[in-house]
Every structure is written in C-alpha cells, then in structure tokens.
Design a protein around this ligand. Sequence first.
Ligand code: C2O
Ligand code: CU
Length: 500
Amino acid sequence: MSVIKRREFLGLGIGTTAALLLSQCARSSSQSVGPSSALAHAQSYSSEGGLLSVDLAAEAQSTLLGVGQGPAPEGHRTANLLTYNSQIPGPQLEAKPGDTVQIRFTNRLNQPTNLHYHGLHIPPTGTGDNVFLEIPPGESYDYEFQIPQNHPAGTFWYHPHHHGLVAEQLFWGLAGLFIVRGDLDEIPEIQAAQEAFLVLKDFAINRSGNIPNPGHMAQMTGRIGNLLTTNGQFNPALQIAQGGLLRLRLLNASSSRFFWLSLEEHPFYLIATDGGAIAAPVEVNDLVLAPGERVDVLVRGDQEPGQYRLLNQPFNPAQGMMGGGRIGGSGRMGGRGMMRGSANRGGLETVATLTYNGATAELPLPTQLIPVQPLPEPQTVRQFTLNHGMGMVFLINGQAFDHNRVDTEVTLNTVEDWDIINTGTMAHPFHVHVNKFQIISRNGQPPAYSAWKDVVSVSPGESVRIRMSFRDYIGKTVYHCHVLDHEDRGMMGILDIQPA
Ligand code: C2O
Ligand code: CU
C-alpha cells in the first residue's frame, strides 16, 4: 500500500483491515500494480578528446515495448515502430561545450526524413541543425557541427523534422536525448545526486502491433496514445537512498500529449528548464510538460522508506492551465493537496515508481545554480497569432507554412520581443529553433523566476511575451507549434536571421 493511501485512511479513522481491503480495491482498478522493472537507460555515446562521432540509422523495427532490457515479462507489447539504431528511445548522445559532433545518419525508412537538434545553439544551415534538408530513403548524410565553447549544459534532444511527416515519425518512436555536460553538472550538490533520464512518450498500438492511422479528431487535437512509456518502459522503478538526492531529467517526447506530473509525498526542486539551469532551485509540487519541453528536478529522499508513484494527471489542452503550475508560468496550483484529493480520480496513471533503497548521510540541496542573465530591452516587438483555419489547417498570423516564403526577417545581434497570442481553442506549445528565449510575461504578468526556454505553451485566450537575442548564426530556420500534427498542418513559419 502506498504511503499516501495509508495516511488518508488513518486520517479518516478507518481500521487497518478495512483500509487494506479498500486499498486493494483501489489498486485492482488502477492501471499499475507495481514497477515493472528497473529504469533502463538508452545506450549512450559520449564525446572523447573533443569529438563525438556516432553512426545513427532510422529504421522500422519490431520492438518489445514496455520492458526495457531483459526477458519479456507480462504486460509487454510487440510493436512495429520506427527506431534509431533499433532502440526506443534512440541512443543518448553526450557532448561538452567546444566539442565537434559528427553524426553519420542513414535513412532506412521508406519515406524521407532528417534530423533536428532541438534546443542546441548551432548553425541552422549546412551540415548543422538544417531542417530544410531532405534525406531520401536509402541515403546517408554526414551531420557535423561544433557545440560553442559557451554553450550551457542541458537536456536537449534530436528528432525528425521533415515537414508533413514529423508527427508521424515521432509518434512512431523516433527521438533521443542529446545531453550537453557542463557548468550545471559541476555544482557539488548536483554531482552528488543520482541521475536518471526519463524520456516520456505515449504510444498507440493496435492488436496487430501497428500504430493506427490518426482519425479526423486526432489530427485536430494531435495524435495521442493511451500507452505511457518512460524510456520505452511501462512504469519502471526509480531508486533513491533515504537521505539521498535524485536528479530527474525529463523530456516530453510525445507528438501531442501534455504530461502533468507529481510525485506522491515529494515536491520537486526545479533546477533547469529547456535551455539550461535557473538561478536557484524552485520548489514545485507539479510539473506540466508540453510536447518538446524538458526540466531537471531534484527529489529528496526525505520520506519513510517505501514506494511512491510518479503520476500523470490528464491535461486538457483545450482548457490549458490558466495561471497554473506550468514552467516559466506565474503561479502554481494543486500541490500535495491536489494529490490527496485526486488519488482515486479517474485518469491518473503511473509513469514510474520511486523506490527507497538503502540510506545515506543526508545530502543538501544546492542553494545557488547559474544566474539567468536578463536580456537587454528589445529593438523590435512582433506579434504571432495562433489559430486554426477552415479544413484542418493551422495558421500563424493567418498563414499556413510555405517553404518558399520568409515570414520573419531579423538581424543578427539584435533583441526582439515576440507576443505569442492564442486566439484558437487548443493550447499551442510555441518553439523557436537555434536561439533560446526568456518568458517576459504571460497575460501581462511576469513569471515567478527567470528561465531559458525554447518551448512555451500558450493556452486559448492567452498572450505570452518572449524575449530573445539572435546570436552567432545567420540563415534560415523555423518556429512552430510543437503539437506536431499542428506543425505538419501549417503552424510553422520561416525565420531568416540576416547579417548585422
Ligand atoms: Cu522539437 Cu522544430 O522541433
Ligand atoms: Cu498547436
């Protein structure tokens, strides 16, 4: 029985036997019984002597979904997915500032694809983060770029970006982490923490192990699967020592699904967002991760030994979370109280289980992380209005994506504010390539803390002001909605960064 339930029952004065019976009922109706297996991590490739050199192939594969490594226990599903190097998620790539990255990429799919390095500050042109490249079936391409010397440490990722096929290729499994190691990782309290990477992703698998084609509705809302996986596993076990610190590095790699996470009886101490560290840990009770967003959080092993569920609560993108606990937002909601009230509410799912294992001398939280330098006042303010049009088309400023049209021309080394205005009926997580940004305000309210972001979710009726500086690289790139069905159906624009 989980600790949270025991406490609730004691609070209500119900005797032990009744509590046990009740908790068994609650448990048999809930989706998960216990963690399926220990958390598996993707095969990882790290740079050596300043060079990260990897072969990566995209390929259709029959995969055991849900199990991680080892023999297939009950509950696994055989699924026909798309993989990088036969793995779900794809291999984890790790580099340091200053490193050269060489990726020999081979397309073994039956359709064109390419790679986007989400969140990395690298050139959008040539062999860099060039989303205009089309790599035909059967062909290879050599990506090569350098991570700048002053690149922040952080949780980045790679995924396909061939317009029109992005939602499908990602939904079918193509995504992997790209970690930059650096300043944040060297803070002693963070070094002392156990590190776990959690790639969260939903899948939909039919009886024959295939991913069904999205219906009309799924193309509007974005395709959403009912199987929630963490590193390709169903409800894996995370370990924490009593007194210890666990650093969870989370990525929402879903095509369209938002995650709304909380951990029974444990707050999260947020230490980094999409673009790297924040200035000091911020205690939050829940996290909303829009598609494409990442966070790093610390968890303290300060409860009684036991098992605690990392829970996902359904998130309705039509309503969003006005003033809610979203990253970079200006408030918070729910918290531990929410968890108590909702422990038996429909739709809660366990994405991982935290298990106490052993004990250690109590590790402190860091007090200082890395300052988030404010950006200077903008030279230009622009507006981007998000909505959908007639017939399943999604628009920015009334226009659907056209690869022959430049939508926004900016100048290198200038600062701009962009107002992202959602006049539609669904939340749109707005993403900009190459340069990260700071949220200045949401509906006129400044955020509770400064943070570097590259995705910001804008709920219906909201207006969010972001500020960014165009640094180091010129050329064409894109901004778009990270509900990838929306992106594939037009909600993307071309940004041309011109020389100063
Ligand atoms: Cu993660 Cu343009 O996307
Ligand atoms: Cu959208």
